[in-house]
Design a protein around this ligand. Structure first.
Ligand code: GAR
Length: 200
């Protein structure tokens, strides 16, 4: 393993529990990486608060701050380059990453999705909507997927998946909680594997 720690940006929109689990894994020296930046479309959210409390640079960036989407994408790219970011982790980021950023960071953007892709992915499939759809479809298994990000929603190559059972009395909320607990080990495990491959 090289000594160089991969410089990560984490993109979040909400509680940031996946961000926290990755941060904890790094603190425990199980990942050869450092979280340099937390970028969010919401200035006030659990993830940004956690970053501020842990000395991680926060960047609040939304399309609304710019007159065009291209300007927004340019600002995001500039920010990532200024901070020497090598890999981007989407952790509950509820926005589409601009194509220009995907192209500049090809195969270096990772997402976690709360279902077994390719099922229950695509536009509008995020957060609680995913679990509602899984229950409506009568599935007996759900789970989480870590995958590469390309220009299409939830369609990049799958890196790792883990199953969780769907119980007969599940509500979207109880299923979401079981899947989220699974995500908290799946995301760090996927990163460990990916970084080991890249750094060997
Ligand atoms: C997680 O369940 C994550 O998989 C999901 O949002 C939640 C964020 O929780 N992401 C998506 O639905 C993306 N399509 P967190 O903020 O506590 O990590």
């Amino acid at each position: 393993m090289r000594n160089h720690k991969s410089r990560l940006a984490v993109f979040c929109s909400g509680d940031g529990s996946n961000f926290k689990s990755i941060h904890r894994t790094i603190e425990d020296k199980q990942l050869n990486a450092e979280i340099v930046l937390c970028l969010s479309n919401r200035e006030q959210c659990g993830a940004m608060e956690f970053a501020r409390n842990n000395g991680i640079t926060t960047v609040h960036l939304t399309e609304k701050q710019f007159t065009s989407f291209d300007e927004f994408a340019d600002a995001m790219l500039r920010c990532l380059r200024e901070h020497g970011i090598e890999m981007i982790l989407l952790a509950g980021y509820m926005r589409k990453v601009p194509d220009a950023v995907v192209a500049a960071f090809r195969d270096k953007i990772i997402n976690i999705h709360p279902a077994l892709l390719p099922k229950f992915g695509g536009e509008g499939m995020y957060g609680i909507h995913v679990h509602t759809a899984v229950l409506a479809a009568g599935e007996t298994q759900s789970g989480a997927t870590v995958h590469l990000v390309n220009e299409e929603y939830d369609q990049g190559g799958i890196l790792m998946q883990r199953h969780v059972p769907v119980l007969s009395d599940d509500t979207p909320e109880t299923l979401a909680a079981r899947v989220l607990a699974c995500e908290h080990t799946l995301y760090p495990d996927s990163l460990e594997k990916l970084l080991a491959e890249q750094q060997s």
